[in-house]
Each structure stands twice: as structure tokens, then as C-alpha cells.
Unconditional design. Structure first.
Lengths: 246, 473
């Protein structure tokens, strides 16, 4: 597992949920030590020279033949799609990046496409999970458009017993996070966030699910500020509520 | 046209604070974007068609000199004249000189974004020639003395009442309330201009190399009037608009029109091969084609950006872009707004002055998803950001601020290794202590204050996952 810096530093419970969910599905989970960040903040800001040493550490850390599961579409995209771009002119790391890329998966993608699990009901025991849970789903941009993952999270969400998925308007439109974009252009980002909060709220769901903690930090941070009565839940946490009960 | 790309933030704020503009921009998504989604879904083989079109475009752009020569020879053979202009000024000078030599008093114009690049209306007016825009949206913009807000919907930011007011003020028209009445007024005003004009100036959607045919896609019929009524027709085109053959045209028409408006076919598709022949009943005596570079060679020369020349100017990326739908068209400060504008406007003007354009994007990729020729716009924005930060290909454009560089160094240091990260975590935990209320931060200092303007931030975890893992292994 590559835990990502946001999960590590802000949402460690998402990391714990990811481990529990994977184990419940029969996966032998390892957490290579020395993880910090994938380097995306520097890469996206144009400071490729600063991103490279960070990416090299990740390449070294993830050598081998294990699958790499990431509880984030964005960080998984960084490693799988953008590392080869970053190292396009350095043959050594480029070869490593290309070797690594096909082993990297976002969590829901890994569960559905690699493990072949489309229904989590047989793997858990719903005794401890709350009943009748209405959720909506926010698509993370990199997950959808760089990794092409759209159906997998929905498949898993709807397979969780007692969970009802209510689709929001424009669920595939960006929430306005965009990393440093949200800090550099707060008013534009804030206006995008406002639309997103309204569209998610309109569903009447109790919680919104996302596969990326960046989106969650952004949307939930805005909802909290406005005292909107909706809570975030990372897909790992949602699955963990059902699967995690040992 | 003068570039105002430096004013991005001011212009964006104006749009954000204007409820009418916000409503109209929202309408673009409900209207054009949804129409495009439906049209794409209803077209069998849509994805294969996009890929095929991308391949044709890439091939044509890779062999641009060959196809331009072929097109030029064919236009000439059909009786037209071809002029290659290196710059916008050069192109304007050619058109103005031609108009003056023919004693033109009124030039009617079809919609053309290139004309905006050239500032052609101003150049004509300075030389005593009256330019008249005949596309309804462009006509409104011309009356208002503004620049287009959108590639295919130039007056999309204006409300019905604003247009009525404009017509009342500029045309002495009665106060209209219905769109049909305003369109009728414009039609009456323009009718006489069509009759009186000695020159028609249009853009070019496609130039078919093998036949020298100019193709125009319009919905109002004004383009066809411009190509057929005046004695002289001048077509101006960016040098990337050429396609190899008539066989290729079908796929591009299908993609362009569906992507632009969601229509299966626009009301008019006009093809022009040469001026009037001796046995034709009407048509212009002369046809001049002006092929303009104006910085496009820079895009062509850069393998990272060459793909941007594939653009068909359908405007789908604008409608899909959540940033364009907030900041509007004028924020981008030059002719081309939205995602594709954020790539080409800096390169056709001055990248160093346009640093906000590549940065004001959440890199969500919605533009790439809808592009009929699959241009990977986010990747090019990343490339331009790299150039702004590091200046490898364009050293003169490097614009990394001290704050940016310091933040980058700080970030590098804090994540250099797990020990440094632990220290940074401790430092952050200490620093947030006076700010955190119930594990939430509602105010942050300095450049980070942008975040807390609209959102809370969760407090940093005192026990990060890396620590918790020890109990889980």
C-alpha cells in the first residue's frame, strides 16, 4: 500500500480502513516504510526538478512485483500516468516508472478489476453497520479521467448491504480543489465548491462518498464552514464499516 | 489585439461577482454541454471517429508545409489568390491595402476569431472602411465595443435586456423584449449593409487541400451572404485549418458541429472553390485567401505543444470547463478563452505575461474528455507550468516567485524522508495548537489563507498512519 501524504497526515483512519478492507478480501498487505509523498504538489506547480528526487524515492521503495494499492485516484495517477512523463528524458527512472505503472491501482479499481470482487456482501457481516444509509458519490477528477475509473466505486458502494446510492447532479464535475489551485485562486475554487456543495446537498443523502481525500478535505471543509449537515466518507471507510467487523 | 492576460485575477473577479454572467455561464453547461453529450451518445462510433480525426489532424500538422502548398496551388488554379502572412499586422495590411485599392467603403464580415487576433476591424476603420459584423453575436459585440466572450457564442455573457438596451442606444431602435424582435432589427439593419458592401470577409473552418475548397459552418446564413454578395471575398485563416481531402471533411463536420452545439448539422455548410466562374450567375469577382501564422510556428516547433494546432475551435472545452464557467471569457485576456485558450493564448502572445492562464486550472481534465480531436490540454498546461517555473525551453518566460520557490523548498525539506516528515508533523502540530478548535483550523496565515477563506482544514494528525501501522502489521 502507498498511503499518500494526505491520508497519512490528515486522515490516518482511511489508511487503517484500507488495510482492514484489503485483508478482509484476502490480500496480504505490506506498508513499505519510508513513505512520504508522491511528489504531485511540485509536479503540478511546474517544479519538476523538485518532484524528481521525491519520485525517485517512491520508485525505489516500490520496486518488486507486488501490486501497489493507493487509496487515492490522484496519487495513483501521479505514479501510474505522470511518473513516465516526469522522467521522459531519463532512461533509468523511466524504465522503472514503466515497470511500476501497470502494478499501481486505486483502491476501488484494485478490488473490482484485480480481485474481481463486485459484491462485497459475502465478505462481511453487516451486524455492526448502521442501517439504511443514503449516500451520494463525488467522482474525483484524476480517478475518472486519468485512470478511467467510473463504475468500480459505484459497484462497490451499491453492493454494501443497506447502502442506497443517490446520484448527484454533475457528480463528474470538479469540486474545485486542484491542489495549489485552491490556495492560489481561492475565489474561483470557492465558487466551484459552492456549486458542488449545493448539488451534493440536494440529494438528501446523509453522507457523500469519494475515493480521494483531497476532494474530501476540500468539500467537507467547505460544508463544515457553512454548517451543511452532510458528512464525508472515504470509500475505504464505507467498505470498512461493513467488512471491517471481525 | 492587445493582450491583457496580466489582468486575469481582476477580470475573473468581475465575472464572479456578476450574477447575470454567472447565470449565463451556467446556461452553457445546461445548453451546449448537455447537447454535446447527447449528440455524442446518439452518434455510433463516436470514439472511433474522434481517434480517426486526431490521426488525420496529427498527420496534416506534421506535414503542414506539404498540404499548405497543395491547397495554395489548388486555390490559385480555381482562380483565387493566396497570401501567406507571417504576422497579424502583415495580414491586416494585406486586407486593408486590397480594400483601399478597390475603393471599398463597407466590408461585411462573417465570424472569425482570427480577425480578432488581427484587430482587423480597427485597422479597417482607421483606413476609412466600415467593418460590419454579420453574425448576430458578433454584431452585438461590435455594437458594445467589446471582444467575444466565447469561441462560438461571442455574446453569451449578455442578457436579453442588455442587448435590448444596446439596440435602443446604438441603433435608435424601440425597446424590445423578445429575442425574435431583436433578431429582426439586426436583420433589417444588416440587410442594407449586405447590399451595399463591396467586400466580404470571412473566416475558414476548413480548407480542403486537394480541391482548394474553403468550408464555412454557420447557423445564420450570414457567412454565405458574405461569400456570395460582395464583389470581393477575402477568407482569412490560421495556417492550421487545412485538411487533406474531401473524404476527410465528413468526419470533421460531424465532430465539429456536434461538439459545438449538439446539432447533427448546422443550418448552413458553405463550400467555396474559387471566385465566380464565367458561367456562374453570381458570386464574387475575386477570391483572396490569407493564410496567417502569427505565432503558430512556435506551437508547431514545440513537440509538447504541437497538438494544440489540431483544435477545431468548437468551444466544447469551454462549456465543459468548470473554471471557464466561473471566470468567463474576458478573464483570459486575449482572443481565445477557456482551456484551449490557456494553452494557445500565452504562446501566441507572451507566456511570461500570461502566467495565470496555465495555473488557473484545477487540471480536472474535463476539456480533454470532450475534445473532438482528443487534445490533451491538461498535459500542455502542466508543461507550460514547468516552463514558467523552470524555463527550460523558454528561459525568458521563467516567472517563479520567491514565495513559490520558498514554499517548494519547504515542502521538499519536510517530505525529504520519514524523519523529516515526523519533525514537520511535530512542528505543524505545535504551530496549529493555538489555531485549532475541536481539531479544525478556521484561519491560516499568509499564502495559506486562501484555503481558509472558504473551508476549514482538519488539524494534522498527532498519530499519522505511518505510526499506526506498527500496531497493524
Amino acid at each position: 500500500m502507498f498511503v499518500t501524504c494526505i491520508v497519512d497526515q490528515f486522515y490516518p483512519v482511511v489508511g487503517e480502513s484500507t488495510v482492514r478492507v484489503l485483508r478482509r478480501l484476502g490480500v496480504d498487505v505490506d506498508f513499505p516504510s519510508g513513505q512520504t509523498c508522491c511528489g504531485q504538489p511540485a509536479f503540478n506547480s511546474g517544479f519538476w526538478a523538485d518532484a524528481k528526487p521525491v519520485a525517485r524515492r517512491v520508485l525505489k521503495m516500490l520496486r518488486g512485483d507486488r501490486y501497489v494499492v493507493v487509496p487515492s485516484g490522484s496519487c495513483a495517477s501521479m505514479i501510474r500516468v505522470f511518473y513516465p512523463e516526469l522522467f521522459h528524458d531519463e532512461p533509468g527512472p523511466l524504465a522503472e516508472a514503466r515497470d511500476l505503472a501497470p502494478r499501481v491501482f486505486e483502491l476501488s479499481e484494485f478490488i473490482v478489476d484485480v480481485l474481481g470482487v463486485t459484491d462485497i456482501a459475502p465478505y462481511g457481516d453487516s451486524a455492526g453497520a448502521p442501517e439504511s444509509r443514503k449516500v451520494t458519490y463525488h467522482e474525483a477528477c484524476h480517478l475518472r479521467r486519468e485512470l478511467g475509473v467510473t463504475t468500480q466505486p459505484r459497484t462497490l458502494i451499491t453492493s454494501a448491504p443497506g447502502v442506497e446510492l443517490v446520484e448527484a447532479q454533475q457528480s463528474d464535475v470538479c469540486c474545485g480543489f486542484g491542489g495549489s489551485f485552491s490556495v492560489r485562486y481561492p475565489d474561483i475554487s470557492g465558487a466551484m465548491l459552492q456549486d458542488k456543495i449545493e448539488q451534493l446537498s440536494e440529494t438528501g443523502a446523509e453522507r457523500f462518498v469519494s475515493c480521494d481525500s483531497g476532494c474530501i478535505m476540500h468539500i467537507a471543509g467547505g460544508m463544515e464552514r457553512q454548517k451543511v449537515d452532510m458528512r464525508p466518507v472515504h470509500i475505504a471507510e464505507l467498505l470498512d464499516e461493513y467488512l471491517g467487523q471481525e | 489585439m492587445e493582450a491583457k492576460t496580466k489582468n486575469f485575477n481582476t477580470a475573473a473577479a468581475e465575472a464572479l461577482n456578476d450574477p447575470n454572467i454567472q447565470a449565463n455561464l451556467h446556461g452553457l453547461y445546461q445548453g451546449f454541454h448537455h447537447a454535446r453529450v447527447d449528440a455524442a451518445a446518439a452518434t455510433p462510433g463516436w470514439e472511433e471517429m474522434r481517434e480517426k480525426a486526431r490521426e488525420i489532424k496529427a498527420h496534416t500538422i506534421d506535414n503542414l508545409d506539404h498540404y499548405l502548398e497543395m491547397a495554395s496551388a489548388e486555390v490559385t488554379r480555381a482562380g483565387g489568390s493566396v497570401y501567406f502572412a507571417n504576422t497579424a499586422e502583415d495580414a491586416s495590411r494585406y486586407v486593408v491595402d486590397l480594400a483601399r485599392s478597390k475603393g471599398v467603403e463597407i466590408a461585411i464580415k462573417g465570424k472569425s476569431m482570427l480577425s480578432e487576433e488581427m484587430g482587423l476591424n480597427d485597422r479597417l476603420a482607421e483606413n476609412g472602411i466600415e467593418p460590419v459584423e454579420t453574425d448576430l453575436g458578433e454584431y452585438i459585440i461590435q455594437l458594445a465595443g467589446e471582444t467575444p466572450y466565447h469561441i462560438i457564442a461571442p455574446a453569451i455573457h449578455k442578457t436579453r435586456d442588455e442587448v435590448a438596451e444596446l439596440f435602443e442606444e446604438k441603433l435608435d431602435a424601440p425597446r424590445y423584449h423578445e429575442i425574435e424582435d431583436m433578431a429582426g432589427e439586426a436583420r433589417r439593419q444588416l440587410r442594407q449593409k449586405f447590399i451595399d458592401a463591396d467586400m466580404g470577409i470571412t473566416g475558414v473552418n476548413f480548407l480542403v487541400a486537394e480541391t482548394g475548397t474553403i468550408v464555412l459552418v454557420t447557423n445564420e446564413g450570414n457567412g454565405r451572404m458574405c461569400t456570395s454578395m460582395p464583389r470581393t471575398h477575402v477568407a482569412i485563416m490560421g495556417m492550421e485549418k487545412v485538411i487533406p481531402s474531401m473524404d476527410d471533411l465528413g468526419i470533421f463536420l460531424r465532430l465539429l458541429i456536434r461538439s459545438a452545439t449538439g446539432q447533427r448539422l448546422s443550418s448552413y455548410v458553405t463550400t467555396v472553390t474559387g471566385p465566380r466562374r464565367h458561367d456562374d450567375e453570381d458570386g464574387p469577382d475575386e477570391l483572396h485567401l490569407v493564410v496567417v501564422d502569427n505565432g503558430r510556428s512556435r506551437l508547431l516547433a514545440d513537440p509538447e505543444l504541437r497538438e494544440s494546432l489540431n483544435c477545431l475551435r468548437c468551444g466544447a472545452c469551454l462549456n465543459a470547463c468548470p473554471v471557464y464557467r466561473k471566470v468567463g471569457g474576458h478573464a483570459y485576456g486575449w482572443v481565445y478563452p477557456g482551456p484551449i485558450g490557456a494553452v494557445i493564448s500565452p504562446m501566441l502572445t507572451n507566456l511570461g505575461d500570461a502566467k495565470d492562464l496555465p495555473h488557473a486550472s484545477s487540471l480536472c481534465g474535463a476539456c480533454r474528455e470532450v475534445c473532438p480531436v482528443k487534445i490533451n490540454i491538461p498535459r500542455m498546461l502542466l508543461y507550460l507550468r514547468k516552463e514558467l517555473a523552470q524555463g527550460e525551453t523558454y528561459p525568458e518566460s521563467r516567472r517563479a516567485s520567491l514565495v513559490d520557490r520558498l514554499l517548494m523548498k519547504g515542502w521538499r525539506l519536510s517530505i525529504a524522508n520519514p524523519i523529516m516528515l515526523r519533525l514537520a508533523n511535530k512542528a505543524a502540530a505545535l504551530a496549529q495548537w493555538p489555531l485549532a478548535r475541536r481539531r479544525r483550523l478556521t484561519w491560516l496565515p499568509g499564502p495559506l489563507g486562501g484555503w481558509t477563506r472558504y473551508r476549514n482544514l482538519p488539524a494534522i494528525a498527532s498519530r499519522p498512519f505511518s505510526k499506526r501501522w506498527r500496531k497493524m502489521r
